[in-house]
Write a protein that binds this ligand. Structure first.
Ligand code: NAG
Ligand code: NAG
Ligand code: NAG
Length: 294
């Protein structure tokens, strides 16, 4: 056997061992029992499912979103599933000076905090139309409120050796036409929280930050927006995405991708060659946008 093949074989085996190592399941469901968890954007979609994941394992839960009637239903279901306690506070994440109420409420109802799951986001599928006020509102919701909540929660989280989950998106790693404002707000999240995590390390605060890069997930909202069956077939499952978020956060992973191939492979291509990425976007994504009449 030639030297080349020996090295190639060794290389492939090393990669396989590395992938097996990074994807091993070290999650202990018992570790969630009695933990104090805040989930934002929890009235529908992935946030709602995340609340149920923690509920099933016996956590104390505080959820938020805007719509009180939906929050009430989610709280009830959390209790039915086995949450030790479940509360809600209705908030609009666009009004930054009000968002801190969530953390005050956590202190009051939970008496501390172990997991802060930042998940809420505004997104729609449309070409940029010049709406600057809309963009500022979107940045408040998708970015500034995240920073405010993480900052306000930090004292409680450092007391508990807690964790922050930041739900970002595949479209923060490579921009997609049709969602560029959303994409820009998620890039801001990555930029802030990657460095924030390092600053916490620098200050020797034992609070983990997990950035979760989510690709398409078949939530009701996504199904409404996309409507195309073939495209939706490639989307991830909301329950699976929620379990993934909980596990990656609890094992204090720094980065996590879901669905892995749909997010990680385009990211790698984008890193290797932005030009190649452009060509792929033009050839595969433009026809999709036309089909969706955007
Ligand atoms: C928050 O800001 C708005 C205006 O931007 C103001 O009307 C409101 O009173 C402020 N609330 C608090 C709690 O400061
Ligand atoms: C946080 O971690 C430190 C170091 O391991 C430990 O001494 C402390 O008891 C932990 N605090 C909590 C609340 O778990
Ligand atoms: C950080 O917190 C974890 C518990 O979540 C604990 O096991 C670990 O020892 C702590 N590390 C330091 C350096 O305090």
């Amino acid at each position: 056997m030639g030297m080349f093949w020996k090295f190639t074989g060794l290389f492939i085996v090393s990669i396989a061992i590395y992938i097996a190592y990074i994807s091993r399941d070290t999650f202990d469901p018992e570790s969630i029992r009695g933990k104090r968890v805040v989930v934002t954007g929890a009235s529908t979609g992935i946030g709602e499912k995340v609340a149920y994941q923690y509920a099933k394992l016996g956590a104390n839960i505080l959820i938020t979103a805007r719509r009180e009637n939906l929050l009430k239903q989610v709280v009830k279901k959390c209790l039915d599933l086995g949450a030790q306690s479940a509360h809600y506070i209705s908030l609009d994440m666009q009004v930054i000076n009000e968002t801190g109420k969530l953390i005050t409420e956590a202190e009051k109802t939970l008496g501390g905090l172990d997991y802060l799951v930042l998940n809420h986001a505004l997104y729609s599928l449309e070409l940029w139309d010049g709406d600057i006020e809309g963009l500022q509102a979107l940045m408040n919701i998708n970015f500034v409120s995240y920073v405010n909540l993480a900052t306000k929660a930090l004292p409680m989280l450092s007391e508990s050796n807690g964790s922050i989950a930041v739900v970002s998106a595949g479209t923060s790693l490579f921009s997609l036409p049709g969602v560029i404002a959303h994409s820009a707000s998620k890039q801001a999240l990555n930029g802030f929280f990657e460095g924030f995590r390092l600053e916490l390390n620098y200050k020797e605060l034992n609070v983990s930050v997990t950035l979760l890069f989510l690709g398409g997930v078949a939530t009701d909202h996504a199904i409404d927006l996309v409507q195309d069956r073939d495209m939706l077939a490639q989307f991830g499952d909301p329950d699976e995405a929620a379990a993934f978020i909980m596990k990656a956060t609890s094992s204090k992973q720094t980065w996590a991708y879901y669905p892995w191939a749909a997010v990680r492979i385009p990211e790698i291509i984008h890193t290797i060659s932005r030009d190649l990425c452009d060509i792929m976007m033009t050839n595969s994504f433009f026809p999709m946008l036309r089909m969706l009449k955007i």
